[in-house]
Write a protein that binds this ligand. Structure first.
Ligand code: MN
Length: 434
């Protein structure tokens, strides 16, 4: 379908999610179309809702591409007069697509969409046949954005990695997986490394300084400026905290240093999206540098500071414990903006009890935005947060859903306590009936 539209000089509408995966999804499609000389118009939005789907219907484009979103709206898209491609990896409904809709989603093939393929991966599959293997690094960036690459790539992600390596765009080499090695003083590189987690160091600037001082390493210089034997000393000390800190790094050697590491690239896009500057992220992915990149790095610094503040808050206040879940609630502007992120990191750096899913709640006027996070161990024991948040929010006239390990919802403020108890009961039920 896409090839036909390219041959017919169609103008294409891309709608994608505004997070790192969604920006990467838009980037892989937009770069492919740009190379083919096709005109397109892109919007990056926080979530697709029925009114947006109905509004888009009247726009005069020949083809609509929804990426990292769209699967729940196949029924509506079937009634479009236009051609539509949906490249998503979120849970699907049981409505089958009509002939005007191409639906790409791992769940349709019993592939795990929370682990083995991301939205950018589905988007890549839509353009791959146009001889676009050199763009295969974007789906890997998207996978990192959705926390799929951190323990190595599996499933379809692994096949995409093979494309990327075969085409020569991506190289794999072993190294220390700490962030901003060449751009931040080393104590910040360590404190801003959340994945893999370094308990006592991740998110803790003082902890990172003390750790370095104990080894007589000066914490104010950059990792890249350390002597080789100092690097080895640091590596051994970090490996004893978390062996995963040394392992495969995925790089694009032809990129500038700041964007060379795929995982770091995803964090820069993430910082853009979280600060509502997703367009900036996409322009970088389309090749803009200089001022665009400076602005993105500034956003990233600010965002990292916010995460550190959030983690300090969790350490100070702790989560409120219910039977099967725990929750965080805040009306503070900074904390609200990083709630989902600090819930995830709080679990991984062990300042939150990992045996209970975390429900992060941020008050937005009359509503509460919910970010639910749990661990792979809890999912293996039966927890499905996507289902729990969808069913419980629907009960209070809210909306929700997502993946088993990470999900979101929006509910009216008045329903807060009842909602929490319902989610608590549902998770307890999931654990007892697996
Ligand atoms: Mn995604």
């Amino acid at each position: 379908m896409l090839k036909e539209h390219i041959d017919n000089d169609s103008v294409i509408r891309i709608i994608s999610h505004n997070d790192a995966d969604g920006i990467s999804a838009a980037a892989v499609i937009a770069n492919a179309l740009k190379e083919e000389g096709v005109q397109f118009h892109t919007s990056l939005i926080p979530r697709l809702k029925e009114d947006i789907v109905n509004q888009l219907r009247s726009e005069k484009y020949d083809l609509f591409i929804f990426s990292d979103m769209g699967s729940p709206f196949i029924k509506e898209l079937n009634t479009y007069k236009h051609d539509v491609i949906v490249a998503d990896h979120h849970q699907v409904s049981d409505v089958e697509s009509e002939s005007n809709v191409v639906h790409i989603n791992p769940h349709l093939f019993d592939i795990d969409g929370s682990r083995d393929l991301c939205g950018a991966g589905s988007a890549y599959l839509a353009v791959r046949e146009l001889d676009k293997k050199h763009l295969a690094y974007f789906p890997l960036i998207g996978a990192f954005g959705d926390m799929q690459g951190q323990d190595g790539f599996t499933g379809v992600n692994q096949l995409i990695l093979n494309d990327a390596v075969e085409s020569g765009i991506v190289e794999i080499h072993e190294g220390l997986k700490i962030v901003s090695k060449a751009s931040e003083p080393i104590f910040k590189s360590l404190a801003y490394t959340f994945s893999p987690p370094l308990p006592g160091i991740s998110g803790d600037l003082e902890g990172a300084q003390e750790f370095l001082e104990k080894m007589n390493l000066s914490y104010g210089i950059k990792f890249t400026d350390l002597e080789d034997e100092e690097k080895d000393l640091l590596k051994d000390a970090l490996v004893s905290i978390n062996p995963d800190i040394f392992g495969d790094c995925y790089t694009v050697p032809s990129e500038i240093p700041l964007l060379r590491d795929l995982e770091e690239y995803s964090y820069i896009l993430d910082a853009c999206g979280k600060n509502k500057k997703q367009g900036l992220g996409l322009s970088i992915a389309l090749g803009e540098r200089d001022q665009a990149l400076d602005a993105a790095i500034r956003l990233q610094r600010q965002y990292r500071d916010q995460i550190v503040k959030g983690l300090e808050w969790i350490k100070r206040e702790g989560a409120v414990q219910l039977n099967a879940i725990q929750y965080l609630y805040s009306e503070d502007k900074v904390l609200k903006s990083v709630m989902g992120t600090i819930a995830s990191i709080g679990l991984s750096v062990e300042i939150l009890d990992s045996s209970k899913p975390v429900i992060g709640m941020s008050r937005l006027h009359k509503d509460i935005k919910i970010s639910g996070r749990t661990t792979r161990e809890m999912v293996a024991r039966g927890v499905n947060l996507g289902k729990a948040l969808m069913d419980s929010s629907n009960n209070f006239m809210g909306t929700g859903g997502g993946h088993d390990i990470a999900a979101g919802a929006m509910i009216p403020y008045e329903a807060k306590d009842q909602f929490l108890h319902l989610v608590d009961d549902m998770v307890e039920y999931q654990l007892n009936n697996d």
